[in-house]
Design a protein around this ligand. Structure first.
Ligand code: SF4
Ligand code: SF4
Length: 328
């Protein structure tokens, strides 16, 4: 049995969201400066630290098939971040004009220090965005969450992962008996007036317009106050698979695609991670690549304010070609 299959609701089959592509050739994403075709690789300078993400730890109550960070009830490759370490990064971010603190995991509500570190962020005047599956770990904190909503209003947003607008799609990825619980948690947040958003996905071949229509019907049916046509309230992410072939991003790509490096997530955000075995938390380029040493930018936000070379398949598939942003 693999370490990740130990969830009580672990999915049993392949993900319905699996990327359909050939295997990634070994010569791609090998040199940080030059692509396999010998062209200069694109990089992204930090224009300002708008969002500081904290990874609260990889432990999760679920073990979703394609969880990019391989979270599960037993994976603590990223250990729980402490409230003291979070505070140190808040203090540094305050001097950098940071607007928002994002919290991701694993499931943030499993970290025993999560409520104190969330409260600290809001009390310092940051906006807070919490990514959660809205299941039991979150529901254990209902009373404290209601107090935070009273005190900070819409400065606190919770973004719930609802992988698909159908039970079959959602449970195919997340495991049996995960749909009703997630819908119930989302409805509780909605009924209690929290600022909420949903993160969803598209099945292979499913169109964006069709997906938004279906989510809109679901939200209406379940009385969940989310406008499915607002891309900030329903974020539909492209798929990631670091083992599948994808084009490398060269400096010429910006003009070809009509995009700017400033639009890419690592132009305006960083993520703090505390890797198991390391004494202190460190700063990674973004939320998507927590372990790769090439994307470890240092121990402080100041050290991490350097340009990021787009030398990973996620840079291409998710960020530049897929065009999604991880911020609300
Ligand atoms: S709920 Fe999120 S963090 Fe947990 S296993 Fe699923 S995708 Fe990963
Ligand atoms: S995957 Fe991370 S490092 Fe690569 S382009 Fe996206 S945000 Fe930047």
């Amino acid at each position: 049995m693999s370490v990740r299959s130990k969830s009580r609701s672990a999915p049993t089959g392949p993900s319905p969201f699996a990327v359909e592509a050939e295997a990634l050739p070994a010569e791609k994403f090998a040199d940080p400066d030059i692509t396999a075709a010998g062209e200069p690789r694109a990089s992204v300078p930090l224009t300002g630290l708008d969002t500081l993400w904290l990874n609260t730890g990889t432990l999760c109550n679920l073990a979703c098939v394609t969880c990019y960070i391989e979270s599960s009830p037993t994976n603590d490759a990223l250990v729980y971040l402490s409230a003291e370490d979070a505070a140190r990064f808040y203090a540094e971010a305050e001097g950098m004009g940071t607007r928002e603190i994002g919290f991701t995991g694993g499931e943030p509500f499993m970290n025993p220090a999560f409520l104190p570190m969330l409260t600290d962020a809001l009390a310092r005047g940051f906006e807070a965005l919490v990514l959660t599956n809205a299941m039991k770990p979150m529901r254990r904190h209902e009373e404290k969450l209601l107090l935070l909503r009273e005190r900070f209003g819409d400065a606190l947003t919770l973004r719930v992962s609802l992988d698909h607008h159908t039970r079959t799609g959602h449970e195919g990825e997340r495991g049996p008996r995960t749909w009703d619980v997630a819908i119930d948690g989302l409805r509780w947040l909605s009924d209690n007036g929290f600022a909420i958003a949903v993160a969803g996905r598209l099945l292979p071949g499913e169109g964006m317009v069709e997906a938004r229509e279906r989510y809109a019907a679901l939200f209406a049916r379940e009385t969940i106050a989310i406008d499915a046509y607002d891309p900030a309230q329903l974020v539909l992410f492209p798929e990631m698979d670091a083992t599948k072939d994808v084009a490398e991003i060269t400096t010429a790509c910006w003009d070809i695609l009509g995009k700017s490096p400033a639009d890419i997530m690592c132009a305006s955000s960083r993520m703090v991670v505390h890797r198991k075995g390391e004494d202190r938390p460190r700063v990674a380029a973004c939320t998507l690549i927590p372990h790769d040493p090439e994307f470890d930018l240092g121990e402080t936000l100041e050290e991490a304010a350097q340009a990021v070379k787009l030398n990973h398949p996620h840079c291409a598939r998710f960020c530049v070609l897929g065009g999604a942003s991880c911020s609300a």
